[in-house]
Design a protein around this ligand. Structure first.
Ligand code: NAD
Length: 248
């Protein structure tokens, strides 16, 4: 068991990549607190799957763009399950449209959920990690930060900012025992990509050497590598399971 006795906080854990990662962490021995912003049905199901693995699960509907609510959830998670060892900073949305069509409100919402939400959720768990001299923070960026994409300008910008934030925090956090890294997945089959037009989806598949979208479990495997004992030499890195869409 690679995460035996650990507590992981997963944002956006009800479905998709967050759910797969919560389950992968639980299967390796971690108790899981996760937040989400959907109707609760999927969250209840995911919590049931975590408990079926013999681990504890706590879940709440919390908007990560609401800094006070995110902080309160992190505190509740620590009270209920113990100090948070791993933060999987994953909650995300997209609004797809041409660059010139974005409103200020749409831009703000995308940046608030991704960059502001991840920044302050990390801040919520960081002091306790520093006090204990250990911890792991994984921020979910996107291959769109590396490559760009049509109809996703604010999303691509926010995800690129998350990679910069990851590197900056890694400089501060690593000497204090807290490892900080990012994952930039390529297109993965989730509700997020279900909203793509068939034309956009086919264009993505055509551009992928692997010829298919990824599975959430393939991203969860990268998260497990970074969170577990084999991830100790990754610092400020962005790992990108992306089917060959971006090779570097
Ligand atoms: P998804 O839509 O399947 O799941 C998103 C999760 O985030 C859900 O649990 C939802 O309730 C939660 N959520 C949404 N807004 C929230 C908010 N404001 N506060 C709290 N929770 C919120 O999406 P996914 O594809 O699993 O995406 C997860 C992460 O991976 C996102 O950051 C996304 O940008 C990133 N990503 C996804 C892909 C992909 O192709 N699916 C590719 C690259 C990066």
């Amino acid at each position: 068991m690679k995460l035996s006795g650990k507590v992981a906080l997963v944002t956006g854990g009800s479905r998709g990549i967050g759910r797969a990662t919560a389950l992968a962490f639980a299967a390796e021995g971690a108790d899981i607190a996760f937040c989400h912003l959907d109707d609760g049905t999927q969250a209840d199901a995911t919590a049931g799957e975590i408990r079926a693995l013999g681990k504890r699960a706590l879940h709440r509907s919390v908007d990560v763009a609401d800094i006070a609510a995110g902080r309160a959830f992190a505190e509740e998670a620590a009270r209920a399950l113990g100090p948070v060892d791993i933060l999987f900073n994953n909650a995300g949305i997209n609004i797809r449209k041409p660059f010139e069509a974005y409103t200020e409100q749409e831009f703000d919402r995308i940046v608030d959920v991704h960059l502001k939400g991840m920044f302050f959720m990390a801040q919520a768990v960081y002091p306790a990690m520093v006090a204990r001299g250990e911890g792991c923070i994984i921020n979910v960026a996107s291959q769109r930060a590396l490559k760009g994409a049509v109809n996703s300008a604010p999303y691509s910008a926010a995800k690129a900012a998350i990679m910069g934030f990851t590197r900056a925090l890694a400089w501060e956090a690593t000497p204090k025992g807290v490892r900080v890294n990012a994952i930039a997945p390529g297109p993965v089959v989730t509700d997020l990509t279900a909203a793509m037009t068939p034309e956009d989806r086919q264009a993505f598949i055509d551009a992928l050497p692997v010829g298919r979208f990824g599975r959430p479990e393939e991203v969860a495997a990268t998260a497990l590598l970074l969170a577990g004992p084999d991830g100790g030499f990754y610092v400020g890195a962005t790992l990108s399971p992306n089917g060959g869409d971006v090779m570097y």
